[in-house]
Design a binder for this molecule. Sequence first.
Ligand code: NI
Length: 181
Amino acid sequence: MSVRHILKMGEPLLFNIAQSVPSEEIHSPTVQSLIQDMLDTMHAANGAGLAAPQIGVSQQIVVFGFEKNQRYPEELPVPQTILINPIITPLGDLQESGWEGCLSVPGLRGQVPRYLKIRYQGLNQYGDIIDRVVEGFHARVVQHECDHLIGILYPMRVKDFTQFGFTEVLFPDLHINDQQD
Ligand code: NI
């Protein structure tokens, strides 16, 4: 319904712990229009995902998913998902480093270690249970988005700062609107 302004790193709200959404409120017009705004904003920015705090709402809602994403052209599709009050359980200790960007950290990319395989649970936009076991980039996106709900932006997880820099330098062939990276 509307594309919202995306807060950038440095905004105090992005470092807050988000509130859970009471399940009886999921069907409310407020939550439903928030979800629609999040989808519209994510699509307008070609994002792989977006968390409610990024548009200034400190609630436990994330959206993610794409068929093909120009920001991550090498990655397999991730089903479009609306995830409320998520819980992530790592499956195994295995972590893998991979490139991440964030709409709240435009123009930059960094290598971030994430659990390779996770289970995630939560509710969808209808209040139905989501319970999935995923790995690879799907698992990475979920961990990145859910970090936004606990006040963590991906640069806070970068271990090797030689693997952190400007997208246009690291990926010169990636032609994206980098002000919206
Ligand atoms: Ni992000």
